[in-house]
Design a protein around this ligand. Sequence first.
Ligand code: NDP
Length: 395
Amino acid sequence: MAIELAVELIGAVAFVLGVDLVTAGLYAVVPGPRVKGYACDRAGEPLPYVLNGLRVYVAGLMLVYWLHQLELVPLDYIATHFWSVAMAANVVGLVTALGLVLWGLRPGRYQGARRCLTADQAGNAAARAEFERPHEAREQTFGFHYYTGTEFNPRFGALDIKMYLYLVGALLLHVTLLSALARHVDMQPDGAPSRAMVIYQAMFAWFIVEYIYHEHVHLYTYDLFAEKVGFKLTWGCLVFYPFFYSVGVWSLVPALTPEADLSITQCLLVAVLFLVGWIMTRGANMQKYYFKLDPRASFLGVRPVTVPGTRILCSGFWGASRHLNYLGEILQGLALALPGVLATGSLWPLLYPAYYVALFIPRQIEDDEICAAKYGSKWAEYVRRVPYRIIPFIY
Ligand code: NDP
């Protein structure tokens, strides 16, 4: 019994480490277009990035399939060994976070500013001085450093830790979802997936692939300039993404009778909700991205309107509420919960959109504070023009 358990756990650790390390290796060597980012290095220069995310992701999925073909790791491995794999990922996540934080606490490395310098502020003396100010790590407890991290964009040679973590999190999430699909197909009497499972998998695949496809856009987001790499981000990507974001799939794994399955109309309505959310979140992110690249460029044929004398957009998606992208993400989360709820009556899938609500309400408040510090009275003017935080006319 004890030996069986040990073999099970060793297998799970080997699997998790294998995925994490192979993805790191691929990320470091696979070529891709080189771009300058928005976040800056310690000298105030925009960080360069190699945008190879989609290639690494496809290579990772192909590798998993190949291991299945060789009968080394079955496609449903995570679904059939969920708790062992999740436990192994936890250990790897906790230890990796510890290593990164200890590495970042070496003298002179700690970055105490609330956000790192971004390309638009390179000429702003006050922002530069705050970013370059030597911050004392001793000002905070070790627990604080462990949780929030010590550096914004740490790198080991060609490996940008933050971009890598987001990528491996997305890959492991997709592998988890596909393993649930494989298990479900095995359990269905006719070997064909239910409609509820198909629509769920299709929406989530879209969510993951389009996220990785737009990695250049994410270089301009809060995650890149306001989040440090500590437990929150490391454990979040290595454990929380794959094993919590997939919460909506498990109720769909057991065999589903045709009577309990979603109708085509229900599938279409769920897909429409997902699409509306996607248009909001992707639309807002793209509008801001193109605006950051060229403040005069039109987006979807509409010329940008800004708070006078600033680079704060107050038209289009950014005129409807100050974070319509968060509302879109919550709607997408709700759409991803509905197949499980409607087909099986389980309420577990609702944890996924509930998590987004709990994440985005404080994040929006924090981003407002960060923007108020960056833009001063101009931000107050934006808040006056666009009074709603996330949901137009409601919140
Ligand atoms: P944003 O991309 O919205 O970034 C906020 C920053 O954008 C601000 O700090 C400010 O920075 C700039 N900004 C804010 N308002 C304006 C404006 N009106 N005009 C111009 N610039 C403005 O934040 P996030 O990184 O939180 O979100 C990015 C995307 O990622 C969203 O779609 C979000 O839903 C998604 N997301 C998804 C998660 C998931 O797990 N699925 C988790 C977290 C986020 P500056 O002035 O420096 O440009």
